[in-house]
Design a protein around this ligand. Structure first.
Ligand code: FAD
Length: 518
């Protein structure tokens, strides 16, 4: 009896000590940040927004949010936390547009830096032989597009959705249908300004602090906060010929994709997606695309079938789209072996093409379907294994695409710089396969979160067991062993870079790769 009483009292004492320690820790963090002189401001109450992301599955409440107005706000704050040393538990997450999937831009009890409020530098376009734009790390790609178009220029490499920040996509890679030609967004940056985990502000590029430059690109926010980026531009077209064609056979579909990404003179954008058992598919397309053969297209049945849609785009200028360009497109199409009745074409302004996902966002928001859980799974699968993958995943595991699009398209390794931190498969060509599912909240059916997560697990288990040599894109792991396996031979360099630029592991704790040394 006495022993039990003793243990109970001891436990209560221990808990009280822990609570007092947490409270002391909180109040010392609070008071120390409050004393910092910044151009922007800290908020301590209104922090709930920073505990959310697009994935809508993980919520970690920070204790404060910094809304920086200048780079020195960020540097002063990080330097202060660095100087508090390993005894302070405080960690820092830069938050771009919060479109991560599993809390990567969040921090439990730490400080979130709201990068979108960073006001400097003002966007500045430099025209000339090698045009570029200087932007803040918190700038949205859609704003960069609008600004650079004023000079008839635009970035070369995109993501499918433009309401993401420069710092957020450059911390991953930034992949879309232009990547086969220009590489991912991380291959199209000339220079960065970075605040390291010690609070130093450093410029870096291929020639200056090059190790930091390549560490940060694809570095999952681990080595520094990107406060400025110099992004390469090209002359912008004003229109896009946008094409969709269908295949019923995966081998023919992927062969055509590979032909197109390897050809000298090809389309400007090559993507693709999988359609499983969709009713009235081509009728739905008619609202935005025109069938080349309306009668045959109206007779095409998609019900019960697994189809592969190749999506292509050719850029042009209104004054230059003449018979020769039309002919060029037709010659390119004539090399492909799609189902003839399924050729659909459309012509749209360049900006409308690039901002296409935003149109869906607006529609989904109006129906309350945007802020639902998004258990997305993104994989990079080597070309030699993609048939094996498609056969099992689209044949047995993933039996309908009604929960969201499934993208699949190849890119070329030669367009990626192996000095960056991004992790990709070993082969010359690999495919991005993106399962972009939305879950119906509280459903226990096949559109519910549990079922989708179960399917994702099955896909990952299959890929592992079949030794496909795949990598996760926008990776999510919870143990350091898994991260080590993800990085493979690059792990050692990744760890060295961490100890050089963020030795106390203050930055991007939401990635769950390193723990702050305490
Ligand atoms: P956040 O989610 O805010 O941050 C992501 C990570 O980067 C976090 O770890 C954060 O701490 C860190 N971080 C943020 N800002 C900085 C900074 N300035 N410096 C250092 N680290 C920073 N990706 C593609 O490649 N291609 C696509 O086509 C594509 N389409 C998408 C479509 C939608 C609808 C969505 C929601 C996402 C898509 N993504 C795509 C994924 C997207 O690129 C990543 O989720 C990206 O991280 C989101 O950017 P963000 O600004 O919201 O970053």
């Amino acid at each position: 009896q006495n022993n039990i009483l003793f243990i109970r009292s001891f436990m209560i004492l221990l808990l009280s000590c822990m609570t007092i320690r947490i409270n002391l820790c909180f109040s010392s963090n609070y008071s120390s940040l409050k004393t910092l002189s910044v151009d922007g401001n800290f908020t301590f109450d209104d922090v709930h927004h920073a505990a959310k992301d697009f994935g809508n599955r993980f919520q970690f409440l920070p204790f404060a949010v910094l809304h920086p107005r200048s780079v020195s706000d960020i540097a002063t704050t990080i330097k202060h936390i660095w100087q508090m040393g390993p005894h302070s538990k405080l960690t820092v997450a830069a938050r771009g547009h919060g479109h991560s999937l599993q809390g990567q831009a969040q921090v439990h009890g730490g400080l979130v830096i709201n990068m979108e409020s960073l006001q400097e530098p003002k966007m500045h376009v430099h025209a000339g032989n090698y045009p570029y734009i200087d932007v803040s790390g918190g700038e949205l790609w859609i704003n960069i597009l609008h600004e650079s178009l004023k000079y008839g220029l635009a970035p070369k490499s995109w993501t499918d959705y433009l309401h993401l920040t420069v710092g957020g996509t450059l911390s991953n890679a930034g992949i879309s249908g232009q990547a086969f030609r220009h590489g991912p967004q991380i291959s199209n940056v000339y220079q960065l300004e970075v605040v390291t985990g010690k609070g130093e502000v450093l410029n870096c590029s291929e020639h200056q602090n090059s190790d930091l430059f390549y560490s940060v690109l694809g570095g999952l926010g681990q080595f520094g906060i990107i406060t400025r980026a110099r992004i390469s531009l090209e002359p912008a077209p004003d229109m896009v010929k946008w094409i969709r064609i269908l295949y019923s056979d995966f081998s023919t579909f992927s062969r055509d994709q590979e032909v197109l990404i390897s050809a000298e003179n090809s389309f400007d954008y090559v993507e693709g997606f999988v359609i499983i058992n969709r009713t009235g598919l081509l009728n739905n397309w008619r609202s935005s695309f025109n069938p080349q053969d309306p009668i045959q297209a109206s007779q095409f049945e998609s019900d019960g079938r697994t189809l592969f849609c190749l999506e292509l785009a050719k850029y042009f200028n209104t004054d230059k789209m003449d018979a020769t360009n039309e002919q060029e497109v037709m010659i390119l199409l004539s090399q492909l072996r799609y189902i003839p009745s399924t050729l659909f074409l459309s012509e749209v302004p360049y900006i409308e093409f690039l901002d296409r996902v935003h149109v869906s966002e607006v529609k989904l928001r109006s129906k309350g379907l945007w802020e639902v859980p998004h258990p997305w799974l993104n994989l990079l699968v080597p070309k030699s294994k993609i048939h094996n993958f498609a056969e099992e995943v689209f044949g047995n595991i993933f039996t309908n695409t009604s929960n969201g699009p499934v993208l699949i398209y190849p890119v070329k390794k030669s367009k990626w710089d192996n000095r960056t931190s991004a992790v990709i498969p070993e082969e010359d060509i690999f495919y991005l396969v993106a399962f972009l599912s939305s879950a119906v909240p509280s459903s226990t059916g096949t559109d519910g979160l549990e079922h989708i997560l179960y399917q994702n697990r099955r896909i990952l288990e299959f890929c592992g067991a079949a030794r496909l040599g795949f990598k996760q894109y926008l990776p999510h792991y919870t143990t350091q062993e898994d991260w080590q396996a993800h990085f493979g031979p690059q792990w050692e360099v990744f760890v060295q870079r961490k100890s050089a630029y963020d030795p106390l592991a203050i930055l991007a704790p939401g990635q769950r790769i390193f723990q702050k040394a305490i």
